[in-house]
Design a protein around this ligand. Structure first.
Ligand SMILES: [Ca+2]
Ligand SMILES: [Ca+2]
Length: 308
């Protein structure tokens, strides 16, 4: 159940006014559903109405909202929660960044967490550090076969967790950093457009345990939750777009949902994933709500995700 008394619901970095506006919408949704639908068109009026019964001091945290107001909050779940998130994950910025700019930001900022005591990227699907600070993936060569996959890669590139061929490499999906990851070339190309799966007999693997097999591609354990939350985000935001080009949706998505929810629980967000959510918000203006509150996924339920 959605608990708006939970301080982290919309992410701490959001400024007070943004949080207040979102809380206002939720409160109004609960109080009078009919009014709530019309109130979405005017968030300023929603904010004004909230101010009439919530003292400004309460804006310091959602947890400080008056009990009476919190008690009226909806216990959103299922389809209503999915649709609420669908609206709130839309980008706040008017202009969508180009793919090149997004990748440059990812390599030099969002994924450059530093490692081995210097700037560098902890590569996805491999969990090995490639040092560098450049905004160009070509400047991140693997030093020897660091990830033990039998290949010495010359560069890092951008993995689309939802393969870009399934949406014709269209904007904004192609440059949405919430579904991109910095990967060495070979693990990225081995994953290709494969569905995610648990693999029993690997024909390809990296030292952290990412595996390719007849069942599909299995990310290593530290990346499983990240993959799940990226997939859940992608469908929440883009289910009503052309994202199913030339693929079997049942095979790629619908049948995978229970496994992805399991991965979301197994590998909760760590400090790096939360930092990345902040960095991506600073760049493209929206957050992945499943990183802020991973339990939202189970509140929505596998059946609702599978129906989108
Ligand atoms: Ca390698
Ligand atoms: Ca993780």
């Amino acid at each position: 159940m959605l608990d708006i008394s939970q301080a982290g619901l919309f992410g701490e970095p959001l400024n007070r006014i943004t949080i207040a506006l979102k809380v206002a919408l939720l409160l109004i949704l609960s109080a009078t559903q009919g009014y709530a639908l019309s109130a979405q068109a005017g968030s300023q009026s929603a904010f004004e109405s909230l101010k009439t019964f919530v003292p400004p001091a309460a804006f310091d945290s959602i947890a400080a909202l008056p009990d009476a107001a919190a008690a009226r909050a909806p216990m959103l779940s299922g389809e209503r929660l999915f649709q609420e998130l669908h609206r709130t994950v839309m980008p706040a910025k008017a202009a969508v960044a180009g793919y090149k700019q997004a990748k440059a930001y990812m390599y030099s900022k969002a994924d450059n967490i530093g490692c081995n005591g210097a700037p560098g990227i902890l590569t996805f699907y491999s969990q090995i550090c490639v040092n560098g600070s450049s905004d160009n993936g070509n400047d991140y060569p693997e030093r020897g076969d660091q990830n033990g996959d039998g290949v010495v890669d010359k560069f890092v590139n951008a993995e689309h967790i939802w393969p870009q061929g399934y949406f014709n490499s269209a904007l904004p999906m192609v440059s949405d950093l919430h579904q991109l990851a910095s990967t060495l070339y070979t693990p990225n190309s081995r994953r290709g457009n494969m569905r995610f799966a648990k693999v029993s007999n690997a024909t390809y693997s990296t030292s952290c345990g990412s595996k390719l097999g007849s069942e599909g591609f299995e990310p290593c354990d530290p990346d499983k939750g990240n993959v799940a939350r990226a997939m859940l985000y992608f469908v929440t935001r883009y289910y009503d777009q052309n994202i199913r080009e030339g693929m079997n949706y049942e095979d790629f998505w619908t049948s995978r949902v229970p496994m992805l929810l399991e991965w979301n629980r197994q590998d909760p967000p760590d400090a790096n994933e939360r930092r990345r959510n902040d960095m991506v918000e600073a760049f493209q203006g929206n957050r992945n709500p499943y990183i802020d509150n991973p339990e939202l996924a189970d509140q929505i339920s596998a059946a609702v995700f599978a129906a989108h």
